[in-house]
Design a protein around this ligand. Sequence first.
Ligand code: NDP
Ligand code: GDR
Length: 370
Amino acid sequence: MKKALITGITGQDGAYLSEFLIKKGYEVHGIKRRASLFNTDRIDHLYQDPHESHRNLVLHYGDLTDSTNLIRIIQEVQPDEIYNLAAMSHVKVSFDTPEYTANADGVGTLRILEAIRLLGLTEKTKIYQASTSELYGLVQEVPQSEKTPFYPRSPYAVAKLYAYWITVNYREAYNMFACNGILFNHESPLRGETFVTRKITRAISRIALGMQDTLFLGNMDAKRDWGHAKDYVKAMWLILQQDKPEDYVIATGITTSVRDFVKMAFGEVGVELEFKGEGQNEIGVIKKCNNPDFQIPEGKEVVKVDPRYYRPTEVELLIGDPTKSNEKLGWKPEYDLAALVKDMMESDVKLMKKDQYLKDGGYRVLNYFE
Ligand code: NDP
Ligand code: GDR
């Protein structure tokens, strides 16, 4: 039985990857941070009682900023594959916590590579590094491929640039099977609530149910190449199953603006939205509501701009060239953007109905829609 160790197992990708690897017959080990509340919501369905004689999911407390625990866990687990997914992954927040982001996202990767080297596991353990399309930053060329030059535009992207190159360096210096997956944005019903797609699908579900009036957004002109996280975790695994360690772009090859994503998501609840005005004065107005279940009056202004969400330096356009992963890995996504939006909206409408039911019953529900 192969053993995989996943850092960032409690995150969106960690949850889908655990499920995927368990189905493949792996024994999955995960590193979770200690938190004052339970933070394992996304993987609770995979949880097994620690008193069971054999488990295919085992969690260890740890943190990427602490090399002692990484060395201990890697020594104990002796993994065949490590997926380094842990990171302070929010681009906007990285401007507020730049030093911590560099430590966790940049030096954290070095700590894992160094642990493998010190423990003499360079021939046994393969490593996947969660690299990102944010490395491309300021547009140099489109579509962006493995050969496109990097120009990071945030403390997050700069930290990930270090992680990218230290992975390449350890591969070349110590002959390690270490690979970067340069993944473009991927989303799902498990996406963190403050990333733009999930913020939009949650807010629209709440607006449709009369629980929220307005969705405030930042730069709606930004364009992203959005895929489904379920498809992308499969690519991570494929990258480590090749004969040679290499770096791969994982993307759909199609880009869409934030504004168009908003329109598509409203479309899922039968609402036609039109945008008026420009810049900070742009508003999204209900043109027509074709769904009798949702009572949103025509003419209601439901989307507005809040400059608080602008970034000091923005990444305006991402569009990936997945030719290498299509050809070498045989990887092709199953979800297109319409199917992704549908999946996210169906899930959030259900969740928000549950919240509404609890609220009506006098219970306190999360009322946070940053
Ligand atoms: P999430 O933010 O959902 O998950 C991040 C995970 O990292 C969480 O489990 C979090 O733990 C953990 N984590 C954060 N800081 C530390 C730390 N110091 N030590 C240990 N664990 C830590 O991210 P995603 O699942 O979306 O992304 C996975 C990885 O892929 C990240 O590295 C991200 O930067 C990268 N990436 C993501 C893309 C995307 O579109 N989703 C695209 C390209 C790259 P906790 O639950 O306790 O917060
Ligand atoms: P991104 O994702 O920065 O691409 O990083 P995010 O969803 O946060 O932003 C995408 C684009 O939408 C614009 N935007 C807003 N973003 C947020 N979060 N909130 C808003 O209100 C808002 N309004 C407009 C942003 O300015 C941006 O242009 C994600 C993360 O998962 C990274 O970890 C990963 O590396 C990259 O994707 C690929």
